[in-house]
Design a protein around this ligand. Structure first.
Ligand code: DMJ
Length: 456
């Protein structure tokens, strides 16, 4: 299937982003495109690894080969450095595994095994619920300095990757460790109609900070990975499906409301019985996940909800001055003259080049063929180009989506812009359902496709 014009625009955007990374941040974690330098988080070439399979999918052979050479010659995990278990699993382990599958190149599997093994000490806790941080050189793990809690989304969104590592190596220790966490969370009390709190204690294994429920930060990908593990494993692990279906019922019962004046369906938050009309941009993964569930046989109301929510996520862009969504919005529950549905607080008006809405647009287009989803994504891409593109190379997060004349560049390009946002853009604009066929692959939460064990 030939590449169309919109896809060419994505390739151009990727090349521009890559140029900045190559010129000023090669081998480092993130590009700082304005100061023409880089920032280090783990010191593991995060952007380069996150972008490998995107280059493969976009057909950028030359760039891919150059990056492969860096992985072969310079990527070393034998380093005295603390990494976050979740972030390094979804970006590094996930990125290496998917690149191995797409390219068939054993180098990536070897590297995946190496980082996988180095992350395993995180599971040595009294409850077996993993610590948030691991020193991959020393083999020691610990919680954040101020608490012995881990984040629920973090400990339940590493499963796709570790399970796949077991399948590939024939060593079940990785799968055992992460399945145990899922089983434990499945049996835990403190849920509200399938909705989970945001924190879990690594000593007691119990949820903490009870009574607060969100589909946004710290809980989001728990729900995503329930469905996706069920799909990965060939739809046989019933507890995962049950927990997912129950949670979506919980969302409907406790978190759904409609805004004014446009009556947009949105997912709010619940704190100790109080509803808040706050929605993180992160929640915009949900329409895509719901659509994926419906495609895999779940009831049609999941698709209906997906359609309503993707419209809302689009409006989080369309109702803003730059056409780019802020990190968090508050919806108006009552009509007020001159007010839109979406309100933005000064502290929330940044945009980090996040992927969730584009990701959901991709699923919606794949499953419905409705071209409006492509058009919405195209608008978003143009606004990224207008407000976040740095002339000398790279794209930048911005501080103020409400000020088109000065969106206040933040001087940072997150690795997920190349790993996810541009990849989902490219897939959204494609009419080739075999370009990562969703009956054969399941995307991890960082947009790295992993094989479904029993393809449909
Ligand atoms: C990514 O690392 C992943 O998509 C994660 O699930 C959420 N946060 C970022 C992107 O917004």
């Amino acid at each position: 299937v030939p590449i169309n014009e919109r896809q060419m625009t994505v390739i151009e955007a990727f090349r521009h982003a890559w140029k900045g990374y190559k010129d000023f941040a090669w081998g480092h974690d993130e590009l700082k495109p304005l100061s023409k330098s880089y920032s280090e988080w783990f010191g593991l070439g995060l952007t380069l690894i996150d972008a490998l399979d995107t280059m493969w999918i976009l057909g950028l052979k030359e760039e891919f080969e150059e990056a492969r050479k860096w992985v072969a010659d310079d990527l070393a995990f034998d380093k005295n450095v603390d990494v976050n278990l979740f972030e390094s699993t979804i970006r590094i382990l996930g990125g290496l595994l998917s690149t191995y599958h797409l390219s068939g190149d054993n180098l990536f599997l070897e590297k995946a095994k190496d980082i996988g093994n180095r992350l395993m000490p995180a599971f040595k806790t009294p409850s077996k619920v993993p610590y948030s941080d691991v020193n991959i050189g020393r083999g020691t793990a610990h919680p954040p300095r101020w608490t012995s809690d881990s984040t629920v989304a973090e400990v339940t969104s590493i499963q796709l990757e570790f399970r796949e590592l077991s399948r590939l190596t024939g060593d079940d220790k990785y799968q055992k460790a992460v399945d145990e966490v899922m089983k434990h969370v499945h049996n835990l009390s403190g849920k509200n109609d399938g909705l989970v709190p945001m924190f879990i204690n690594t000593n007691s294994g119990q949820f903490t900070h009870l009574g607060v429920y969100t589909l946004g930060a710290r809980a989001d990908s728990y729900y995503e990975y329930l469905l996706k593990q069920w799909i990965q494993g060939g739809k046989t692990e019933n507890e995962l499906l049950e927990d997912y279906v129950r949670a979506i019922e919980g969302v409907k019962k406790h978190l759904l409301q409609r805004s004014q004046p446009k009556k947009l369906t949105f997912v709010g938050e619940l704190a100790h019985g109080h509803f808040s009309a706050k929605m993180d941009h992160l929640v915009c993964f949900l329409p895509g996940t719901l659509a994926l569930g419906a495609h895999n046989g779940l009831t049609a109301d999941h698709m209906k909800l997906a359609e309503a929510l993707i419209e809302t996520c689009y409006q989080m862009y369309a109702q803003v001055e730059t056409g780019l969504s802020p990190e968090i919005v508050h919806f108006n529950l009552h009509a007020q003259k001159g007010h839109r549905d979406v309100e933005i607080k000064p502290a929330d008006r940044h945009n980090l080049l996040r992927p969730e809405t584009v990701e959901s647009l991709f699923y919606m287009y794949r499953f419905t063929g409705n071209k409006k989803y492509q058009d919405w994504g195209w608008e978003i891409l143009q606004n990224f180009n207008k407000y976040t593109r740095v002339p000398t190379g790279g794209y930048t997060s911005i501080n103020n989506v409400q000020n088109p004349s000065n969106p206040e560049p933040r001087d940072k390009m997150e690795s997920f812009f190349l790993g996810e946002t541009l990849k989902y853009m490219f897939l959204l604009f494609s009419d080739d359902i075999d370009l990562i066929n969703l009956d054969k692959y399941v995307f991890n939460t960082e947009a790295h496709p992993l094989p479904i064990w029993v393809p449909a």
